[in-house]
Design a protein around this ligand. Structure first.
Ligand code: SF4
Length: 374
């Protein structure tokens, strides 16, 4: 095992600088190392378990994390009694946050019985400095923390953790002292989009496809622009290549994902509208149903309504959050549309797109001096 494990520092120097080649290099190194560990532990397999909290974006991120862990050589387990346990966290719901802390306590007890276990945390909660500080101080059983911007780097980070683990074991054998460091890699923002890494789908017939990441809108109640960064769109050729591959693999339904899909393509070298992208996706053979979320009412264009109306594949379903029925509250929320503009938009969509179209209305209340308006 010694010859197999070059130090993380050495591996960083040897690894290609370009992505995804760099991560493929680390996947291979981790794979070799896990094989050696299985032998050392007398095990036939090593397992992982991912618990996902929150939205569709997190669910899709978890599919990518599963793809990387399987490539490394871990096998998925149903329960948290696994060798590698990862919580992909959400910061929007307080209850989900509390559940993470509660479960970390239980995992700590599990790790005492099963010392080779590794515990990792990622997702939106980890973008908050106070959360990371709290975990560093009170949850020393955690091995790895990373954020929303570098999930593609999982193999490299696992390698760093395994090295820490090995040095700790060596110190124990030699009765020396070694204080294991928690590996922490949280980025504030990035413009990087890494393509072509392994991904494992949850369902054989349908799949989410990220078309963009982040958001520029800064609605007053929302943390997304802070924890997922500013808007960046994937190149259309990469999106279409992914969908063609999915179709060839038997996928018939896709969900195009972004925090605000209607603003897709604005930051591309050759800008493209979301409606333009949909027209290209529609041409892909084998895809029978196209869905997308989420739409911001201020950015939903007449071109998109026309494309929906003329499409045989786009489902008659629109996730269009109203957020409040009060123009004053909408202004306080920084939503950039009025109640009247929303209603007028909804009428235009209903008139143009025949069928069973539904739009979601999410009502929430902003507390303020004039409380009581929704
Ligand atoms: S548009 Fe959506 S994701 Fe972006 S800031 Fe507003 S609520 Fe958050």
């Amino acid at each position: 095992m010694d010859q197999l494990l070059i130090s993380y520092e050495e591996a960083q120097k040897k690894a290609p600088m370009e992505e995804p080649a760099r991560q493929l290099f680390f996947m291979e190194r981790c794979r070799e190392l896990l094989e050696a560990l299985k032998e050392a532990w007398g095990r036939k397999s090593v397992t992982f378990h991912i618990e996902t909290f929150g939205c569709q974006m997190n669910a899709r991120d978890s599919e990518k994390l599963v793809g990387i862990l399987e490539q490394i050589g871990y096998q998925e387990a149903d329960s948290e009694e696994a060798d590698f346990v990862l919580y992909n966290t959400c910061t929007v719901r307080e209850n989900a946050n509390l559940r993470v802390y509660g479960r970390l306590g239980q995992l700590g007890a599990c790790k005492k019985k099963h010392p080779e276990m590794m515990i990792a945390l990622c997702g939106c909660m980890m973008q908050e400095k106070e959360v990371v500080d709290k975990i560093k101080k009170s949850y020393r059983q955690v091995d790895l923390i990373f954020g929303t911007h570098n999930i593609f780097k999982l193999a490299e980070l696992v390698y760093a953790c395994l090295e820490e683990r090995k040095r700790e074991a060596e110190a124990r054998e030699g009765e020396g002292r070694f204080k294991r460091h928690m590996v922490i890699d949280v980025w504030e923002d990035t413009s990087q989009i890494v393509e072509d890494l392994p991904v494992e789908r949850k369902y054989p017939f349908k799949s989410g496809v990220n078309i963009m990441f982040g958001c520029n809108n800064f609605c007053s109640y929302c943390i997304v622009p802070y924890v997922r960064g500013r808007e960046r769109s994937r190149k259309p050729e990469e999106i279409l290549k992914e969908i063609r591959t999915l179709a060839a693999d038997g996928v018939v339904e896709i969900m195009l994902l972004g925090q605000n899909v209607n603003s897709y393509g604005k930051n591309l070298d050759t800008p493209m509208t979301f409606a333009g992208l949909l027209k290209e996706v529609e041409k892909i053979e084998g895809i029978r149903r196209i869905r997308f979320m989420t739409s911001h009412p201020k950015d939903l264009s007449p071109e998109l309504i026309d494309v929906m109306a003329g499409s045989k594949k786009i489902c008659r379903h629109l996730h269009l959050p109203l957020q409040s029925g009060s123009t004053g509250i909408l202004r306080a929320m920084n939503r950039h549309y009025t109640k009247e503009q929303f209603l007028e938009l909804a009428e235009r969509i209903k008139a143009a797109v025949a069928g069973n179209l539904s739009h979601h209305r999410h009502y929430c209340r902003l507390s303020g001096r004039d409380g009581g308006r929704f």
